[in-house]
Structures are given as C-alpha cells and as structure tokens.
Design a protein around this ligand. Sequence first.
Ligand code: UD1
Length: 420
Amino acid sequence: MKYLKIVGNKEIDGEITISGAKNAALPLIAATILSKNEIQISNLPNVVDINTFLKLIDMLGGSFKKVEDKVYIDTTKIDNTTATYDIVKTMRASILVLGPLLSRFGVCEVSLPGGCAIGQRPVDLHLKAMEQMGAVIEINHGYIKATAPNGLKGAKIVFDKVTVGGTENAVMAASMANGTTTIINAAKEPEIVQLCEIIQDAGVKIEGIGTSKIIIEGTNGELLDMKNFSVIPDRIEAGTYMCTAAICNKKLKINNIIPIHLEAVISKLEEMNFEILQEETSLTILPTNEIKPVNIITSEYPGFPTDMQAQFMALATQANGTSTIDERLFENRFMHVSELARMGADIHLNGNIATIKGNAQLNGADVMATDLRASSALVLAAIVANGETNIHRIYHLDRGYEDLEGKLSNIGVNIKRFTE
Ligand code: UD1
C-alpha cells in the first residue's frame, strides 16, 4: 500500500489548475449508455473512480479508448446489463448505470452498495423513482434486479429528500421513457445541470434545469443523438486548494474554475477574513492579518457542500477563535476528527456538530485516510504541521484528486509518495 509523506512548511506560492469534475464525469459517462453514437469526452479527470467507471462500461460490453486527455466511449454494443459486486463495492457511483440501462434495455441488475465510511447511504430513493416509472424491483442475494418489460413510463417523482445520485438516475431514466416525467425536489448541483444540458443537446426536451422541478419529455425508447463534450471543472478540488492557500495564509491563484459554483465556499472564506479576487475562469486568494473563526452548516447546493466540510475543519484549527461545523447530510462524516486530534487539533464532537478550537499547534504524526475528503483534510493539516506526517491508505485520495502530489509540489509543498 502507498502512503504520503508530507513535511510541514507553509511557504507555498504559485498557481494550480483544476481538473475536470469527477462527480460530473461519473453520471455523464453513465449517460453515454443512452447514446446511439460514439462520444468524445474531454477534460475527464485521470482519477481512480473514473477509470473504474470506464472499466464498468467495458464489462457491460461497451468500449473506450483514451487519446491524450480525451476519452472516446462507444456503448452501442452493450450486451450485458449487470453491474457486479466486484465493481460496486469499490465505487458506490456504479448505481448510476441503473437508470440508463433500465431505460434502454428494460432490465438491469446492480449489486446493492453497502454502507460506507461516511454513513449508511441507502439507494431507496433511486429505486422508488424507478418504480414510479413502472419498473419492478426485486432484491435478491445482494442484487437489485429491475425490470420494465414494456419500457419505462413518464411519471411524477417527488423525492422525499434531495438526492444528487437519485436525481441523476431519474433524469437519465426519464430521457428514454415513454411520456413526460416531472421530478420534484430535484437536486440542483452544477453536476446535474451539466448532465441535463448534455441530454438536452442530444435532442431531449428538458425544462427547469438547475431548479428543484425538472420536466423531461422522454424519447419513447429512441436512443439519443449525443454530442462530444467537455466536463466542467471540479469545484471540490478547487475548494480544497483554496483551503490550502488559506491554511498556509499565502497567496495562491486557482485556474480553470467556474466562480459561481464556488459561491458558498468563497463566502465562508470571506467570513474568515480572506480576500478573494475573482476573474472569469480563475480566482486568487490573498493572505489575511487574522484568520477568523467560522460557523458552517452543510446543505445541498447552492448551500455549503458536505464535500468541503473536512477541509474547512482543518482550516478552522488555525483560526483565531472557536468554529463550529454542523454536518446535516451524512450521519458519520467526522472520521477525520480523531486523526486531526492525533496531530494536536482540539475538536469536540456532539452528535453531528463539531466545535473546533483555533490557534492549534499541529504536529506531524502517522494518520489514516478514511474517505476521500477526510483524506484531503489530513493533507491540509500536514502542510502546516511541525515536522513530518505520514498519511496512510491514500487510495481514498487517488479516487478523486488528479495528480495531487504534482499540483502541491509545484506550489512548494514537500510531499512524496512511498510504498509501505
Ligand atoms: C453525491 C456526491 C458526494 C456528495 C453527495 C452530497 C457523487 C458521485 N457523489 O453523493 O460526493 O457528498 O452527493 O452532496 O456525485 N439518500 C437516501 N436514499 C437514497 C439516496 C440518498 O436516504 O436513495 C440520502 C443519503 O444517505 C444522504 C443524502 O440522501 O444522507 C444525500 O445523498 P445523495 O445526494 O444521494 O449523495 P450521493 O449522490 O450518493
């Protein structure tokens, strides 16, 4: 297994360019299942989760080829509709093939994803949406078997809870269904907006993109005429590097971003007293004379993203005062707290609320990455800690951060990868 060794040193300087968004790319690759032609995707991040999803497409009978930073995906020859346990256990997002496979073939089997490090994460809302569109769902031997022998039918789907993956599955399923689907209480994340826009460009009539009510006119079984596209930049990767600048209290320019996707993150950094200069596709974060504490409540987009909570917790250890973070989306997303404590952070947990005392002197230690974003919080803490930190189980980081070491080394961080 690999681990990262970071020697603390706040002297960072320079620019970082953001890669394509993993969470946008995953549903977009799933959506190619609905395409009648080969698709060229650019700005696809080179991270493990994307490679796993491409492998899943291959296992289903589709094919892909990578040429420089572009990937060509051809799903026209898919002849298998089962996503097996082997692949689903490594990547929960495999559930995203459910909607498109069911809509195109009238049948689909997906291994039931289990719990994960950040909570129980059920898929009941995905299944309910498919049932509302006429699917019959059975759960047998750990597999979801969905059938719709006469095809899916347009329906009114009211999500009990805002779900990103559930909305994406419903949008993809509705695209080839018979009739109109109205999704109410839909998620509004930029990743969903891009998915809807790509499907709309492929000839499907969609109204309400980016709102909580999306209306989709299905093609009644006809495959979509999908066009080539480029994946939007990763707002969570951008936010992570903004926190890197903030925790070091140094100037850093972040390139290839869409500032509006980062509004909640920018606003919290401004509350912490950082000045941020925004341009059309980049921003620069400037140092401050005092890092102020902050109170954060995670919520659905456009609120503060749960995927940025751990990084802000690391940052809050360096604020001048006490901060709070209230995690409202996932029930067990504080695994990084005990690891940050091993480095000297003073964090008190009460249910889903973390209270973080600032002005902490962090010291290098051996720590364990527990999930993707928790791992990046450990990286941030290590960058400002005294001495050497070894971060173990970094396969979590590799799932979602493209070339983390390269990007951080370029701005002056002393970071190296070793094998245990
Ligand atoms: C996506 C993101 C993840 C992010 C999360 C919330 C991807 C690949 N992952 O995950 O990085 O942290 O959105 O912004 O895009 N829920 C149910 N039943 C369901 C589905 C969800 O109860 O059927 C619950 C979840 O347990 C959670 C909440 O709804 O408490 C939100 O989950 P959801 O938005 O579905 O997250 P994901 O799509 O899994």
